[in-house]
Design a binder for this molecule. Structure first.
Ligand SMILES: Nc1ncnc2c1ncn2[C@@H]1O[C@H](COP(=O)(O)OP(=O)(O)OP(=O)(O)O)[C@@H](O)[C@H]1O
Ligand SMILES: [Mg+2]
Length: 248
């Protein structure tokens, strides 16, 4: 049995995935093999339609591959039935999306507390964790505000706090900055990076925002369902003010 090195938390082995629409069957992931390490922010970039979100869905157990294997925290996800997979995702994964996915009627604290009830935490423990997560993303003073009273960047930080409060081993983010301006995008990516460092979380982030590349520990370039390159950016992330503006 392939035994992962302790720092490798996610593995795809010869993963393939196709979709059929009408008579046309198109292959979205081609025999893709990949290791992702804990404690790092790994960025997947690539053109629209190349399979990034599909890869994230498969690595997080949301979709099943047609072929190949996925090991997450050394578990072969193929061996888990639907219920076990749901439980695995509940216990070990957090997700952050482009569109925040917040409930309009709930304030920030309530948004973060809500999923914790499914983990079986006591209300007091849920509140403690939710407050700590909101503090961690810099929203301590704004935790009583609802989405309509928060900026886009703040809403995304609530969504990150909601994922973080579960204390997941695996944190997935699909285009978390694409609805944000440069400064807020930078703040969000710095937070994701800090989470990887501080908690040893595996953070896997999809983005085609070139500004984020320098802030990742590792950048995978994807095209047509394949990983084309795997590199460590030369400029490792120094804390930034979040104020730099691209000139072109
Ligand atoms: N459920 C589905 N049924 C049919 N086709 C799908 C399905 N999900 C994805 N696809 C197709 O698979 C391809 C890859 O989609 P995917 O969402 O993974 O791309 P992406 O790299 O995330 O693109 P974007 O940057 O635009 O988000 C696309 O051509 C898409 O139309
Ligand atoms: Mg996508």
């Amino acid at each position: 049995m392939a035994h992962a090195k302790p720092t490798v938390s996610l593995q795809a082995r010869n993963v393939s995935k196709s979709f059929t629409s009408g008579d046309i069957r198109s292959t979205v992931l081609h025999d893709l093999t990949l290791d992702v390490r804990a404690g790092e922010l790994t960025l997947i970039s690539g053109p629209s339609g190349c399979g990034k979100s599909t890869l994230l869905a498969i690595l997080s157990g949301l979709q099943r591959p047609d072929g190949g294997q996925v090991f997450a925290l050394e578990q072969d996800l193929n061996h888990l039935d639907t219920r076990a997979l749901e439980r695995f995702r509940l216990l070990h994964t957090g997700f952050v999306f482009q569109g925040f996915n917040l409930f309009p009627a709930l304030n920030a604290l309530e948004q973060v507390e809500l999923p914790l009830s499914y983990l079986g935490l006591s209300p007091a423990e849920a509140r403690r964790r939710a407050m700590a997560s909101l503090e961690e993303v810099g929203l301590g003073p704004r935790m009583k505000l609802r989405p309509s009273e928060l900026s886009g960047g703040e809403k995304q930080r609530v969504a990150i706090a909601r994922a973080l409060a579960k204390e997941p081993d695996l944190l997935f983010a699909d285009e978390p900055t694409s609805a944000l301006d440069a400064a807020n995008g930078q703040i969000v990516i710095d937070i994701l990076h800090r989470i990887a460092r501080a908690h040893g979380t595996t953070v896997l982030c999809v983005s085609h925002d070139p500004r984020l590349v320098g802030h990742a520990d590792r950048v995978l370039a994807m095209e047509d369902g394949r990983i084309l390159s795997d590199r460590v950016p030369s400029q490792t992330s120094t804390p930034t003010s979040g104020l730099e503006e691209p000139s072109a």
